[in-house]
Design a binder for this molecule. Structure first.
Ligand code: SAH
Length: 398
């Protein structure tokens, strides 16, 4: 391709290494020179210090993450390019959608070759979240291409993630195509849920926990279940569908608990006479349960992101340790704990250390039965380890 008129980033000496390993991020400190005057979201050619072509990338002057690579091939970044990327991404999920599963993530940002672009499918609705200047630039074609690739009848935008501020982008939400009024119906693992795409958390549903909800369903038979940070009841429904004896579900959001209750009621096939819901702070509630000497056979701990970046890791570690310690004490012998961290700033290794420390302080003997991760529709590109934000452990109390 002719590079003549395109703005160009030239990297400092030796700063091309990560790009040659196909890592898609270019930090401001790696850029030695900017030729031309690219605006936010413009496509720029990226060159090594000696002038060798490395990539085409989206420029983001407001962010320390100065550019994100669209392609390592010397090819035009145009609508046809995005049509190929969206088409491939949607096709990769084809096997994950059927009558029993009508929701999944269609595009998972960097790991699908589309930095800053997330798209989730909820039945006939697609929800998009754009979190980078380049993604923002291509917003209209991206939405059209998603509609074309899926046949969706409605599109909602949920570009209200905090990280947009780092790119100098204001939050934006709304209905972009079709009509959406209130929650939409989806089916996951044969269970009916309603998803509030406009006002719910993230894009409305925690699709990344789909495989783990199945796992909990398979383990729940006969157990008394505690679902802490239950949101709209995903794990609670899964546990009861798997034959749980009882459940206590806790979330601080009254809206989430409301939707959770109606989700359970909407599945008459689930026998869940003994399901209780508490709108409360988990940190406080776990202490109350401990003080009442309650015991559970299966506990799910799926808290929000305590550490968005490594800078918050120390404080986050204390919070993770606190809830894991309390949960381990609430487990009966033979009981299972499915515990998660979705903090980018806490590595899988650190998380395991935190849980190990919690077991020591709780004075319980416990073993990891299996590592847990995000579902298959949230792939982690081998070139992009940062994509592995969700890590979990299935722990058994001995
Ligand atoms: N496991 C859920 C997703 C959990 S998301 C699922 O499968 O759908 C994290 C949840 O924690 C959110 O619903 C949020 O409202 C809740 N939350 C955040 N801080 C909390 C706190 N201190 N106490 C109780 N709930 C909290």
């Amino acid at each position: 391709m002719a590079h003549g008129r395109a703005a160009a980033l030239t990297l400092g000496p030796g700063r091309d290494k990560s790009l040659r390993q196909r890592h898609p991020w270019i930090w401001s400190g790696a850029v030695a020179r900017v030729d031309g005057s690219p605006a936010a979201g413009d496509t720029v050619v990226v060159r090594a210090h000696d002038g060798a072509f490395l990539a085409w990338a989206a420029y983001s002057p407001a962010s320390q993450l100065r550019a994100r690579v669209w392609t390592f091939d010397d090819e035009p970044v145009d609508e046809a390019f995005f049509a190929r990327r969206i088409g491939a991404s949607v096709r990769r999920r084809a096997a994950l959608l059927d009558a029993e599963h009508t929701a999944c993530r269609l595009v998972h940002g960097e790991s699908d070759g589309l930095p800053g672009v997330v798209a989730d499918r909820y039945g006939d609705l697609v929800v998009v979240q754009l979190t980078a200047a380049g993604a923002e630039r291509w917003r209209d074609p991206l939405v059209d291409l998603l509609v074309g690739a899926t046949g969706a009848t409605a599109v909602v935008e949920r570009s209200d993630a905090d990280v947009r501020a780092l790119e100098g982008l204001a939050p934006r939400t709304g209905v972009l195509r079709g009509a959406v009024d209130g929650p939409v119906a989806i089916v996951e693992d044969g269970l009916a849920y309603r998803v509030d795409a406009l006002a719910g958390q993230k894009t409305g549903f925690y699709l990344d926990q789909r495989d783990n909800r199945r796992r909990v369903r398979d383990l729940a038979r006969g157990r008394d279940v505690l679902n802490a940070f239950c949101y709209t009841g995903g794990y609670t429904l899964a546990a009861h569908a798997g034959g749980a004896a009882s459940s206590v579900s806790i979330d601080s959001s009254a809206e989430a608990i409301g939707l959770a209750r109606s989700n359970l009621a909407a599945n008459p096939s689930i026998r869940a006479a003994d399901a209780s819901w508490r709108t409360a702070d988990v940190f406080t509630e776990l202490r109350k349960l401990r003080d009442h000497a309650r015991r559970f056979g299966l506990i799910v701990l799926d808290p929000p992101k305590f550490a968005p970046t490594a800078a918050h890791a120390a404080r986050a570690a204390r919070a993770y340790k606190d809830i894991n310690l309390l949960a381990l004490k609430l487990l009966e012998p033979g009981g299972l704990l499915a515990t998660f961290s979705c903090s980018g700033g806490v590595s899988a290794e650190l998380f395991r250390k935190i849980v190990a420390g919690a077991a020591v302080d709780a004075n319980v003997d416990a073993a990891v039965i299996a590592p847990l991760a995000a579902s298959a529709d949230h792939p982690v590109s081998l070139a992009f380890p940062e994509g592995e934000y969700l890590k979990g452990l299935l722990v058994e109390r001995r």
